[in-house]
Design a protein around this ligand. Sequence first.
Ligand code: NDP
Length: 253
Amino acid sequence: MISEKIFYITLNFWFFLAGLTFIVLFFIPAPYGRYRKKGWGPVINGKAAWLVMESLSVLVMGLCFYFSDQTQNIPVLVFFLLWQFHYVYRAYIFPLTRRGRIQPMPIVIMSFAIVFNSINAFLNGYFLFQLSPSFNTAWFIDIRFILGTVLFFSGFVMHVDSDRILNKLRNKEQGTYYIPHGHLFKFISCPNYLGEIIQWSGWALATWSLAGLSFAVWTVANLVPRAFSHHGFYKQRFKDYPKNRKALIPFII
Ligand code: NDP
């Protein structure tokens, strides 16, 4: 057990780190996938890296739940299932169904992700299972829960659908990038990132927690700079890249 004071000090620092990361990633895109470069040390098989690093989110949240005395609380149980629902996809279905050769990942990046996922799952789990006000079933008809859950699932559908379209492109020549088409790609370069941001904003709203908000903020910090990098990459590489397509938010940016 850690005290509430330590928890909130850690959480404040976590928000600060997210802000810092947001700025740094505009200058140095995280070196995995298309931005992988030499000089980041030894690498590991990409599929194994995703499996290991995302499994930490499943495991740490599972441990927080196991050691909680809130396991009989229905709204808390629903939050737990929502979290695991996403991470079973991200940790297992996403890497195991990826086609073609997956880019190896620098071990240092996988290690950052392991630390990030462990802290993030711990903060969210500890808040929900130890510190949260006692939720009761009236929460299910609260507008924050209803809207948050709608956003959570809408975001989920959006990024799974976009992941599927990108995955199809990987049937073609290995290590080559193509212009993605269809569904939300008609409007933006990175609908998978937009979906992820919407999903975790929904989570923050549905759980009405600062820990949930910190995850939404981190998702923005990780993915907004990367969406701009991807958009720039496409425009530079493909002379026929659709002119009206934006980076992340249809018709806006
Ligand atoms: P990307 O969109 O960069 O890549 C996803 C997969 O599609 C990779 O296998 C990639 O290959 C392939 N791909 C992407 N674009 C093309 C293209 N134009 N042509 C051919 N293949 C392509 O996503 P990330 O790898 O950055 O992230 C994966 C998922 O994880 C995303 O849905 C994202 O939302 C989520 N995520 C969430 C974070 C959070 O903080 N919540 C942080 C990071 C990721 P390759 O690997 O070779 O580039």
